[in-house]
Structures are given as C-alpha cells and as structure tokens.
Design a protein around this ligand. Structure first.
Ligand code: BES
Ligand code: ZN
Length: 456
C-alpha cells in the first residue's frame, strides 16, 4: 500500500497540471450560451476516463446537458460495486470583476488552486479519477468494482438525472454510492457528512401598471410593484428569523439531544465566524446555535430582486414590474413540492389587490439523511484517518445534492459523503479555490478507501 501512496505523492505536479485543463472549461450549466462548453467538458471527462483505464465510457445525452458514465467491473467474485457520483458543471461566475484571476484560467496562489469549479466539484471529481488511475498504474487493476456517473446539471437541480437513473437501474445497480461534493469540517479536520438540506427555489413576479410611468406624474396614485414586493418579502419572516408561511415547519424533524450534544463538541466560535464574514453580528432563527441553523434548520432567503431602473445615476420611474428569486433550504422531512404549494398560497394571501402576481418553482431538491453506522461509513472513516492523519468528525451539510435521495429510492443504495472541500473555499462566489494539500490527501484517501471497501 505504501507504494500507491508514494506513487501519488510522486505525481503531484502532474495532477495539478491536468486538473488545470479540466478547470478551463466554462461549463456553466445554467447559461444557455455555454451549452457547447458544457458539452465539450463532458467530452473531456469521457476522454480522461478512457485514458485512465475505465471501460464502457459513454456520453448519454439528455434533454439538457449530458451525463458521462463509465465502469470497471472486473474486481472478481464477491467484491462490492461502488457508484461514484459527481458533477462537471459549475455555477455562474458573476460578479466577474471580483475575481483576482479569471475564473477559467486556473491559478495557483499559496496552497490553493483558484478557478470556478475547483472545489465544487471538478477538483473533487478529479480526486477520484486520480485515485483510480493510481490503482491502475500501480496494480493494473482496481480492488472493487467501480461505476461512475458524472453529470452536467447538478447546479441546476439535476433536472434530467432522475429519469436517467429510472431508465438505467440495472446499469447503475451498486452496493453504495460515494459522493465527494461536500466540505471537510475545517482545515485539519476531515469529515463524513450524514445529512444534506433540500431546496425549494421560487420566482415571484408582480405586475402593477401596464407600463413604466413617470414617477412625478403618477407617483402616489398607483401601487409600485417593487414597493409591494418588498413589503411582501418582509412578511415571510419575522424579526427573530422564524418563517411565517402557514404550515412551513409542520414536517421538520427536530434535532435529537444527542445530535445537539455532538454539534456542541465541535470547535466553533461565533465571533470568529462573524469576523470571517465581515459582519458585526450573526442573525438566524432564535433558539438555535449557528451550526444548528446551518445544518438542521430550514431557511428562507431572497437571492435576487429586480425591476425598474438599476442603471447608473437616477431615473425617475414608477416601474410596471418587480421580480424576486426566493429560495428555501429544507430539512428532513420537509418535501419541496409541499413547500412550493405552501409558499405559493401564502404569497397570494399576502399580495395586495393592486398588483397581479405570478409564482412558480425553478428547481427543487429533497433533503437527505444517510446512515452513520454502516460498514461503508466505517471504511470511509478509516481511510480518512490514514489519508489525513486525523480522525474525521461527523457533520451535517447545509448545502444540497438533490440526487442522494433518488439513489436511495430508485437503487436502494445509501450514500457516503466524503468531502474534500473547505467551507471557506468560496464555492458559488468569486475566487473559488481548492486547497492542494487536501486535493493530494484526498487522492490518497480515495485510493485507500477503495482498498478498505474491498475488505468488506
Ligand atoms: N457541492 C454543492 C453542495 C454542497 C455544498 C453540499 C456545501 C454541502 C456543502 C453542490 O454543488 C451545490 O451547490 N448544490 C446546489 C443544489 C441546488 C442547485 C439544487 C446547492 O446546494 O445550492
Ligand atoms: Zn455547487
């Protein structure tokens, strides 16, 4: 086993230069103008998987962006089959002027590689590619059967993946799913995730007068839809951070006392956290600690709001329309479809007669909880301990990976969340980066993990 670790450590520079090639594709799934780039990135994934020795590498087109599948199933009698899931699509880069170096020109500064997708999720997907490659190069074989699906629509809610899984149940049949698309707890504290929040993402549109009006000639006589929308948004939550939508909390699974105790044992400082975010004080739902708020409580946030005049300088206008994008992070056992219905009803209830309202869902994801006592988790625990030289902690995750629940429902497989990012690596924001030591230790951990799984 030492030899594979030595091999991995001897290839650090090559890994980084190859990762840079992967990071150069502007595979922004939500931008129609990047459709071709997303496709080319899928072709790169296929090419790379072929190159390292995977078999049956196939690009499956979907109604949206393609899914790349690969497998290697020659581990022999009795060996488990591991399905590795990840995504090659990335979030938009705006505001691009806030990036220190261009988002698709990967740059090394200090211990980090900077580029959109470096942490979320190309860098973490690449960790598995390189761990598999190391096994092939060192041993000409893999210790377990591996299936990979790397999709191009995770950042837009995995809109076509569920159908794909439903249509390819045999192809994807596996004993366990492994996902590296989450974060460690802290720089030197590896972690195993056991819960993800879900998402219900809504758009609200208000129409007032039939055209933009001179705010002097008409102002005061007719409702301004932006004012009305702002008013409505303030009715969604009270000043103690409680969401006021009727029935919103009905299905929330409360945290057990044991979990609360476990959270308390983790090193965490509200002061340092506030300081790192540049805020004078924290704000959240009354009665819950920061980790509880992030990991185990639902939220409601306005992601964007627009309408009227937003250019430079001033224009006196009473706008005809107002828009807002509002998302809710959900926790077990809330269901996004039910929350969409409750949200929609509430919006109609609080809207003034003076505006026309349109509400619709953009994308959704179900919250997930995964078992912590399985043999798979034990294998992950042992390999993280060896790979990072530190015992991992068990954490929940505030983010969402919608497909985790689908894997359970359609394939009957549990997921192990083996994350190698860090919470402060700016996923979804400017200057996203990945710590290269974690990248390297991640490759070692993943290669050890496949060995551990082979023992089961
Ligand atoms: N990698 C994230 C999910 C994540 C981030 C999990 C941090 C745990 C900690 C993933 O790529 C992501 O961003 N997912 C979206 C899903 C949404 C579009 C349905 C999210 O959470 O916003
Ligand atoms: Zn993401």
């Amino acid at each position: 086993m030492n030899s594979i670790k030595e091999f991995i450590n001897g290839n650090k520079e090559r890994y980084i230069s190859e990762l840079k090639e992967f990071l150069k594709f502007p595979s922004i799934s939500t931008n129609p103008e990047n459709k071709k780039d997303v496709y080319q990135c899928a072709e790169y994934v296929k090419w790379h998987l072929d190159k390292i020795g995977m078999e049956n590498v196939t690009i499956y087109p979907t109604k949206g962006h393609p899914i790349v599948y690969a497998d290697w199933l020659n581990a022999g009698e009795g060996k488990p089959t591991i399905l590795i899931y990840g995504h090659y699509d990335v979030q938009p880069v705006d505001p691009v002027n806030l990036w220190t170096s261009p988002p698709f020109e990967p740059a090394i500064r200090g211990e980090n590689i900077y580029a959109r997708g470096s942490a979320d999720d190309k860098g973490q997907v690449f960790i598995h590619f390189k761990a598999l490659e190391a096994h092939f190069k060192q041993n000409d074989t893999l210790p377990v059967n591996i299936k990979l699906i790397i999709e191009g629509e995770e950042e837009i809610g995995s809109v076509n993946l569920e159908d794909f899984i439903a249509q390819h149940k045999d192809l994807l049949k596996c004993d366990v799913v492994v996902i590296s698309d989450t974060a460690m707890y802290d720089k030197d504290i590896p972690a195993i995730g056991y819960a993800l929040r879900g998402l219900c993402y809504m758009q609200v549109e208000l129409a007032g007068p039939n055209r933009d009006l001179h705010s002097g000639q008409f102002g005061g006589s007719v409702e301004n839809p932006i004012n009305a929308l702002a008013n409505m948004i303030t009715k969604l939550k009270n000043k103690n951070g409680k969401i006021l939508i009727d029935g919103f909390y009905d299905d929330v699974l409360p945290l057990s006392n044991k979990e609360k105790e476990e959270f308390k044992k983790l090193p965490f400082s509200d002061e340092k956290y506030a300081e790192s975010l540049g805020v004078a004080e924290l704000f959240g739902e009354e009665g819950y600690s920061t980790l509880e708020r992030i990991w185990a409580r639902p939220t409601l946030d306005c992601n964007g709001i627009w309408g009227g005049f937003t250019g430079e300088g001033a224009k006196t206008v009473l706008p005809s329309k107002a828009y807002a994008k509002i998302s809710m992070r959900l926790v077990p056992n809330q269901h996004p479809d039910k929350i969409e219905k409750l949200f929609t009803e509430f919006i109609y209830k609080i809207a003034p007669q003076s505006v026309k309202v349109k509400v619709y869902g953009l994308h959704h994801g179900k919250p997930a909880i995964t078992p912590v006592n399985s043999k798979w988790v034990k294998a992950a625990f042992d390999s993280l301990k060896k790979g990072f030289g530190k015992e991992p902690v068990f954490i929940r995750e505030g983010g969402s990976i919608p497909i985790v629940v689908t894997f359970k429902e359609l394939l009957g497989a549990d997921t192990v969340l083996l994350g190698f990012g860090l919470p402060d690596e700016n996923a979804h924001s400017p200057d996203e980066h990945l710590n290269l030591n974690n990248f390297q230790n991640g490759i070692i951990t993943a290669s050890l993990f496949y060995n551990e799984l082979a023992k089961l």
